[in-house]
Design a protein around this ligand. Structure first.
Ligand code: AMP
Length: 311
């Protein structure tokens, strides 16, 4: 599979790399890490990374401007995106060939060429494995910038190597990546440094989340609360995992009110929650998933469903 991917990359002079909407470090890490790798090993190719920029990921990279005309004759590679509905790039079908590289369950098997590995901690880990194949069979080398991006993606999706998705392979790859030259301290600061406001909201969550006798917990963050704490919706990403530290917790859901919807973010320590997310039009991994609802009544329904799963 990896050789087929590299052979295909070699055939195209123009490559557009996309990833999912509302990007996280693994979305940026896999997208820009792959861009760096291709550009570094094939300097004459035109490689563009598309999608809306996420301000909180400024420290990682900034997307390129990609026009509809750029897609003509291009290889389009989509990383870290399970379903077409979440691809950030409306013209993704306008290229010559579409490729999917992802570690989410393959609920929507799009693409002419597809490499899906749900056992991989992150899509960035898959890109690092693609590099290893490239190094062994095609003479690829890695630059510091690609190593930094891939390392960030792995760290992000493994919760700093804490989630069960972290394997021996993950550590091997991470240990190789840190052999390159990049400022790891600055990278961790970019990923995890929080403002005083966010810290206060964290305190609020710890004081106000509700949990039943089975360890099923939830917290609702509505717009007035976010305004009161002066925290943006994207900044709340750093708070989704914090309830995982609570003794006895089984699964939890955080609701974040946006202008036109309420974002639902599920996490679990056991029960599979991506099927529940799918029932509300979302998806994700067995232990980390997301969806959107459109009223607080619907949010209460989600809570009841999650409580049912924890019984
Ligand atoms: P998040 O809470 O945004 O970090 O998402 C957790 C996981 O669920 C990630 O792998 C996301 O890609 C996935 N996910 C989140 N929201 C959705 C959605 N609406 N549809 C499909 N997958 C989602």
């Amino acid at each position: 599979m990896k050789r087929q991917i590299i052979d295909t990359i070699e055939k195209y002079e123009k490559i557009i790399i996309l990833r999912h909407v509302r990007p996280d470090p693994d979305a940026y890490g896999s997208q820009f890490g792959l861009k760096e790798l291709i550009q570094h090993n094939y300097p004459t190719k035109k490689v563009l990374a598309g999608g809306m920029h996420e301000e909180t990921l400024n420290f990682l990279a900034t997307p390129d401007r990609v026009e509809k005309s750029d897609y003509e004759g291009a290889l389009v590679i989509v990383t870290d995106t399970g379903n077409t509905g979440r691809i950030d790039g409306e013209y993704y079908q306008e290229g010559a060939l579409l490729m999917k590289i992802d570690h989410h369950p393959d609920a929507d098997p799009y693409g002419d060429i597809k490499w899906v590995d749900t056992t991989s901690s992150s899509t960035s880990e898959m890109i690092a494995r693609l590099f290893k194949e490239g190094r062994q069979s095609y003479g690829w080398t890695m630059n510091d910038s690609a190593a930094r991006l891939l390392f960030a993606g792995i760290v992000g999706d493994t919760g700093r190597f804490m989630f069960p998705s972290t394997t021996e392979k993950t550590f091997h790859i991470a240990s190789e990546l840190i052999g390159y030259h990049f400022d790891r301290t600055a990278l961790f600061a970019g990923m995890y440094e929080v403002s005083r406001e966010l810290l206060q909201l964290k305190g609020y969550i710890y004081q106000n989340f509700e949990m039943d006798e089975n360890g099923c917990a939830f917290i609702k963050l509505n717009q007035s609360l976010l305004n009161q704490f002066q925290v943006t919706v994207s900044e709340t990403s750093q708070l989704v995992g914090i309830l995982g530290d609570v003794k006895g917790i089984c699964a939890w859901v955080i609701f974040i009110e946006e202008d036109d919807q309420i974002r639902v973010r599920f996490r679990s320590k056991g029960p599979v929650i991506n099927e529940l997310a799918a029932r509300y039009g979302g998806g994700g991994h067995p232990l980390a998933a997301g969806a959107s609802v459109h009223s607080w009544d619907e949010a209460d329904e989600v809570i009841r469903d999650l409580q049912g799963l924890c019984k």
